[in-house]
Design a binder for this molecule. Structure first.
Ligand code: ARG
Length: 505
């Protein structure tokens, strides 16, 4: 906005000056904000709306109540609050839980965020006990705890969804081990590969995505609570007890507690790590989307995806568009954007907590939602949906094996096999490579495949060529010949499928 007259119209709209309601002493007293006594005027409506987060962070309510209950339990165990207060807090929180769950809870913008909304309602319900809950705690360590608890749960769901998607891919792979398609480099036909092998490449990517999430989960599952505002607290808190109550423990059951209060309240690296892993996962989805889109175009016709994942055109009656994979490819940009947003959010912040961190939530929430929906849809789009009537999954991708094989026959996909054949006859690889290039040139000019050149023509390129050359020039021969660990030979693919089944069981 240009400096100067605030009433000056900008792009046809009038910028109205911000109105501040005048405030009486009484209003100040009844004001629900947690810091009111010091303030001589209330926030304007615009500033309230600008600084409030309740309309998005209310989503953290379960984590917030769970964290508060663990804190209250410890306060009581440490003799910081009495048993009666503890019991009142538990009772009040149970009611608030039910109110929120049933949609009865009255969320108030005036109360800024999820934490103050729940605390105010607790105090309304149980009086002073509610006011004691915040002893030895700040919203700074509270929010950091809530986000970690919430994200931990979401990570577990996403890891499960990644397993479902891998299972779908493995199931389709299992049915297509002997289906031959052209493998590409530079999107030019390179060598024949098994369609199953191609699908299993994505299984590897999604397995690593799950591994990354498992790893990031370890660092997410640590307790900031007890850091208080920034410097720790004067109360004799038992942070390890809280960590244990909240399941923030390592593989050996040892409590995991943030060891520096300044760091505990302020860093959001766990959220950034998660979003980086999510962005990478979406990039894998996006690569797969691009292939699905290509494969279902008329020029490939390798696969069909079920109609419920496609849409028609409002003008071209013949069209079925792959909207789902296209959108997934598009949404990848959105998640990568969230990663950029979060990492940039962190970069200029001095220790310790700054309000900037409130901006971590929307990108994080949207990343989780986008990734979960995408993984769910892809599992079903690829592998189909379980039909209890038939006892099998139905409606996954349909494979056109003939179209794949026909495509593999174009583009001299077995040229490397001919070179390897000559190497076995004693030629150095570079010479064999050159010899085959001449053969390909000849086949191109005859408009035929290498396997269609007569033996005497092939022998013209090298005298060592014999009749058995045709075995290695066939797609089938080429495929079966790549029988090294990780190769596309059906025997290798079968053993990979077995490994995945065991791993995913
Ligand atoms: N809504 C805030 C957030 O999301 C909670 C912490 C506020 N702390 C504060 N000192 N203003 O970060």
């Amino acid at each position: 906005m240009l400096a100067g007259d605030p009433n000056k119209p900008i792009l046809g709209t009038r910028v109205r000056p911000i109105k501040c309601a005048s405030m009486s002493k009484n209003q100040l007293d009844t004001k629900s904000q947690a810091w009111s006594a010091l303030f001589s005027e209330p926030m304007s409506e615009l500033v309230k709306r600008y600084t409030a987060s309740v309309f998005f962070d209310k989503r953290l309510w379960q984590a917030d109540i769970t964290g508060s209950l663990a804190h209250a339990d410890m306060l009581q165990a440490q003799g910081i609050i009495g048993q009666d207060d503890h019991a009142s807090i538990q009772k009040g929180m149970a009611q608030i839980w039910a109110e929120i769950e049933s949609g009865q809870f009255d969320w108030k913008l005036d109360l800024e965020d999820v934490h103050l909304n729940i605390e105010a309602r607790l105090t309304q319900l149980v009086g002073d006990a509610g006011k004691r809950l915040h002893t030895g705690r700040s919203r700074n360590d509270q929010v950091a705890t809530d986000v970690r608890l919430w994200l931990r749960g979401e990570m577990d769901l996403i890891i499960d969804l990644l397993e479902d998607l891998q299972t779908s891919l493995v199931e389709v792979a299992e049915k297509n081990i002997d289906v031959i398609m052209p493998g590409f480099t530079h999107l030019q036909v390179a060598q024949p590969v098994s369609f199953a092998h191609h699908l299993l490449a994505y299984v590897e990517m999604f397995a690593r995505d799950a591994e990354r999430l498992h790893d990031a989960r370890r660092r997410t599952n640590r307790l900031p609570l007890g850091s208080a505002a920034l410097a720790g607290t004067t109360y004799p808190l038992d942070r390890e007890r809280v960590a244990r109550t909240l399941g923030m423990v390592d593989a050996h059951g040892q409590p995991q507690v943030c060891q520096n209060s300044l760091d505990g309240v302020s860093d959001r690296d766990f959220a950034i790590e998660f979003t980086a892993a999510a962005a990478l996962c979406m990039v894998h989805i996006s690569r797969m989307s691009e292939e699905l889109i290509l494969w279902m175009s008329q020029n490939f016709s390798f696969i069909k995806i079920a109609d419920r994942f496609t849409t028609g055109s409002s003008i071209m009656p013949q069209k079925k568009n792959p909207d789902v994979p296209e959108l997934a490819r598009g949404k990848t940009g959105r998640v990568v954007g969230h990663l950029m947003g979060l990492i940039t959010l962190m970069k200029g912040q001095p220790l310790a907590y700054n309000k900037d961190n409130q901006e971590d939530k929307e990108p994080l929430f949207d990343t989780v939602d986008t990734l979960k929906d995408t993984l769910r849809i892809f599992s079903e789009m690829v592998g189909g949906q379980f039909n209890p009537a038939t006892g099998v999954k139905e409606g996954g991708i349909t494979v056109n094996a003939q179209a794949m094989e026909d495509a593999a026959k174009k583009g001299y996909a077995t040229a490397t096999d001919l070179a390897d054949y000559l190497v076995k006859k004693g030629l150095p690889f570079r010479d064999a490579h050159e010899t085959v290039a001449h053969a390909v040139k000849a086949a191109t000019s005859h408009n035929c495949d290498l396997s269609e050149l007569p033996l005497n023509v092939l022998q013209g390129f090298h005298a060592s060529i014999e009749k058995d050359v045709y075995d290695c020039l066939s797609l089938h021969g080429s495929l079966h010949a790549r029988n090294t660990l990780g190769g596309t030979a059906p025997a290798q693919v079968r053993s990979q499928i077995e490994r995945h089944h065991k791993r995913l069981a």
